[in-house]
Design a protein around this ligand. Sequence first.
Ligand code: 5AD
Ligand code: SF4
Length: 453
Amino acid sequence: MTKKLYISTYGCQMNVYDSARMADILSPLGYTLTDQPNNADMAILNTCHIREKASEKTFSELGRLRNMKQAKQKADKGDMIIAVAGCVAQAEGAEIMKRASYVDMVFGPQSYHKLPEMLAEAARGSGHILETNFPIEPKFDYLPDEAIDKNLSAFLTVQEGCDKFCAFCVVPYTRGAEFSRPTSDIVSEAKRMIAAGTREITLLGQNVNAYHGVGPNGQSASLARLIYELAELEGLERLRYTTSHPLEMTEDLCEAHRDVDILMPYLHLPVQAGSDKILEAMNRRHTGAQYRRIIEKLRSYRPDLALSGDFIVGFPGETDKDFEETLQLIRDVEYAQAYSFKYSPRPGTPAAALDGQMIPEDVKSERLSRLQALLNEQQLNFNKSFEGKEISVLLEREGKREGQLIGRSPYMQSVYLQSPPHRIGRIAKIIIEEGNANSLRGKLKPGSIADAA
Ligand code: 5AD
Ligand code: SF4
């Protein structure tokens, strides 16, 4: 009998990957995915704890699910198992159980491979299930082989957890210590993805460039080594990785940007702030000058490298002068794209204890809008610089408008064009006609792909 599974995913790409794996694990138990929560037999919220706003969404969505569960029971349509997964589950599991008694199970990011056991336990009526330990055995050893993402562009988790302990960040507490999968497991998974049609793989890790999995010779392999190995795979056309820490931008990884053709010229390398005082208070363990030097080196190896970053404004103790230094760093680096946030104190992190130095909300808002104005201007300039140029685009899906296809440039920009749908899956040369704030508009270069009849 088929049962309906609804999964709602918040937060980072790692959660997107985990949600897909949960669906894979539950599929042999008869669960098929639905995007309609109201009649689901099981609803999983895969949550994010990184900032307060993200965390709050868990409780508001849980309220909606409770109403649906009750309506379903009233209409005699059976039960809806409600599960909370992800980082809020890890950080606030007991609290969720207390506040929301209708929640059947709560499990953290490192325990979802135990879903079949948890479901069996729930069926035996053994009450609520809380599973937030960090198991000794890595979940990857228990995920089914079929666990493949069939998208043209797909994520592959190679590393998890973080040992960096930036003062503002919950990740080391919710995802746990750094763990890298062996290269052979990753290569096998990549092969299965390619066989299923994937053309572009993004290697995922909270601290992906700290990757140090067991390599082919039994010794520790770096991310660069893994990239060289994956680049050999027949049928793989594009590789990316995210998210990186500046301290781990090793020489071999910088060289990979010069030497590996399929490694795309785009790098997400968060710096968070530009002032050395704030970087130190954040426990980033690098200075603004060191970050600039890394960027310089990367650009000397790969001059067209597009950069993306993360920024936090209003970290405790941030003065106007500190903030100006962040703006200056942005001007010096010139980003193609970036994410920026107001500092949000997270329970249990060292920065949340810096009580006396909190920055007022209105100051944070004002700084954020100035910072975003600068980043938006850089992004628009970057996109405009492609007008009249030709770039290769992996055509991924149909757009909203009739006859439109959407794909990504090597630099991660969304590119849209008019083209028949049978070209989806191809990498085509596109002539860019217009660069906008968030996308590029272009047209297919005549003869750039030979169409089958
Ligand atoms: N407040 C605001 N932003 C944060 N980030 C992480 N923790 C916080 C926090 N407490 C941002 C960082 C990180 C990104 C994923 O989220 O910029 O790189
Ligand atoms: Fe969080 Fe810092 Fe680790 Fe990134 S490097 S996950 S910001 S602790």
